[in-house]
Design a protein around this ligand. Structure first.
Ligand SMILES: [Zn+2]
Length: 171
């Protein structure tokens, strides 16, 4: 069976990034024993990755380079923000140091009720420095891997928009 919209694909994949200053980073690494399962056409993936996978079958290998501008763009300084430390107070007045620590990801809601993901850069006495850039912003991406399995999605999976069973939701 070939990967197409309406199939469930399992892929072993490694996604690495390199930034303009030469930093290399591994963003995801899934081997054939622990592949990444997804309902084709229903998930947000690295741009262009799904296009490369469409039409492949089990045991086919794939490789893709996505330049920063086609991926998540440059890392923007204006997406960094210092927020007053008081908004991270716990109900008892203490500081939420378990969740608000350098490297941690936060879900923050704006005035419109929209949620935004931000990474904590540093915690000062009066403010918390946050980075609202996409985690892959600033990187040229390289993806490589192999298709582990392809099967037809069930009607329930299509209706729910996610994979059921191994690698997905059990319910
Ligand atoms: Zn479901």
């Amino acid at each position: 069976m070939k990967i197409a919209p309406g199939t469930v694909a399992a892929i072993a994949v490694e996604i690495t990034g390199s930034s303009a200053d030469g930093t290399e980073k591994i963003f995801q690494k899934r081997d054939e024993q622990h592949p990444f399962y997804f309902l084709v056409g229903q998930v947000d993936m690295i741009p262009l990755l799904e296009d490369v996978l469409i039409g492949l079958s089990a045991a086919d290998v794939f490789e893709l380079d996505v330049a920063m501008d086609q991926a998540y763009g440059p890392h923007r300084a204006e997406q960094m923000s210092d927020l007053p430390i008081d908004i991270f107070r716990l109900p008892d007045g203490g500081f939420d140091s378990a969740h608000v620590a350098p490297g941690k990801w936060l879900n923050l809601e704006d005035e419109q009720g929209q949620s935004h993901k931000a990474r904590v850069v540093s915690v000062g006495d009066m403010s918390v420095r946050l980075d609202f850039n996409h985690p892959l912003a600033g990187y040229d991406l390289h993806c490589s891997g192999v298709v582990v399995d392809v099967r037809a999605a069930t009607a329930d999976e299509c209706a729910h928009g996610h994979v059921h069973g191994p690698g997905g939701v059990f319910h």
